[in-house]
Design a protein around this ligand. Structure first.
Ligand code: F2R
Ligand code: MG
Ligand code: MG
Length: 313
């Protein structure tokens, strides 16, 4: 891949994620969303405000950007878990109104007050959170990891500082590896569902997640619509009921980021997060130039997104 395509794809990944978050945010928690709702938001004139999904993605992107040149290069040097836990918590402390989950809010409160993250993240849910908070912000690791093994390890390290439940970790691995594959797939080639998911299936190391991924392929091959997809895969804040839906949105419309985002939001439920994850996949595949420019120009975080995309590319 030449430098221009790499930068275009890196920008596509980060801008696609932020765009999905911003376009989905007004409808988060709604059972039904219409095409008109989405198009009105997309084609408006005001600034597009992001939520916790983009805020924490920017924190992870900055963390990686500061370490990516270090030698020797290891997953431990790329992600310093103690520092990253504090950086996430400080982002919440500075802007607690970005729409954070209840469990993670308590963890961040404790971390900011000095409690070690390993105990803080079990304060509300002793078994760990199974929310999609690790998966929603994981995409930047796909720009840095050299192969599926490294991307998997980075996904786990970036997630474990807030989410200890195995499903949250599997969800983050699924999203990160799929994003890595979308970056590698030429923008001129569509994603063929069965072939595309094969390395994702191997990376998740969980039979229930393998079954979920097979279900996604089945729905993609049946050309399922958003309502059918949400009914069969779920569309809530848990990793198991949101990461597969985002993957399906991408597989149904790869090559057309705007259609991917509309599918994700039309499915209702956790619309900002499903669209953020689907947007990262679509942008990583199709590139920044394929995103709706009238909307990307209005993103609140556009300056930082350009900065980190160039650095991480
Ligand atoms: N939190 C929201 N949206 C709701 C309110 C937003 C509203 N617009 C506002 O402005 O106030 N969205 C964001 O949260 C999701 C990511 O969540 P994350 O980071 O995983 O947080 P948390 O708290 O760990 O988990 C979320 C919820 O999942 C349930 N849950 C998780 N683990 C559980 C367990 N072990 N047992 C029982 N329940 C568990 C809880 O209800 C948690 O609160 C994204 O949608 C992001 O956009
Ligand atoms: Mg959010
Ligand atoms: Mg959400």
């Amino acid at each position: 891949m030449d430098d221009m395509s790499r930068i275009n794809k890196a920008r596509g990944l980060l801008f696609g994620l932020a765009l999905g978050d911003c376009l989905g945010a007004p409808f988060e928690g709604r059972r039904e969303v219409t095409e008109t709702d989405i198009v009105t938001t997309r084609d408006g004139t005001g600034q597009l405000r992001h939520t916790d999904d983009t805020a924490l993605t920017l924190v992870l992107a900055r963390h990686l950007a500061h370490r990516v040149g270090d030698r020797p290069r290891t997953t431990e040097s790329l992600i310093d878990v103690d520092v990253l836990a504090r950086e996430f918590a400080e982002a919440w402390r500075d802007e607690p109104w970005r729409g954070y989950g209840g469990g993670v809010t308590k963890s961040f409160e404790l971390i900011v007050s000095g409690e070690p993250w390993r105990s803080a993240i079990r304060a509300v849910f002793p078994e760990g959170s199974f929310g999609n908070g690790g998966a929603m912000r994981v995409a930047p690791v796909a720009l840095v990891g050299g192969d599926v093994r490294e991307v998997t390890e980075l996904a786990r390290r970036s997630t474990e500082v807030t989410h200890a439940h195995p499903d949250a970790l599997h969800g983050a691995v699924c999203q990160a590896v799929a994003t890595h594959l979308a970056l590698a797939l030429p923008s001129t080639e569509p994603a063929r569902p069965k072939e595309f998911v094969r390395p994702v299936r191997q990376a998740v190391s969980s039979t229930s997640w393998e079954d979920k991924i097979d279900h996604v392929v089945d729905l993609a091959e049946r050309n399922a619509d958003p309502a059918e997809a949400a009914a069969e895969l779920g569309n809530d804040v848990s990793a198991t009921a949101s990461v597969p839906l985002a993957l399906l949105a991408f597989l149904r419309h790869s090559g057309d980021p705007d259609a991917v985002l509309r599918f994700a939001i039309l499915a209702g439920g956790d619309t900002d997060t499903v669209a953020a994850m689907a947007g990262a996949l679509a942008g990583a595949h199709s590139g920044y130039a394929a995103l709706p420019t009238h909307a990307t120009a209005r993103l609140e975080a556009a300056k930082d997104l350009h900065l980190y995309a160039e650095h991480l590319a």
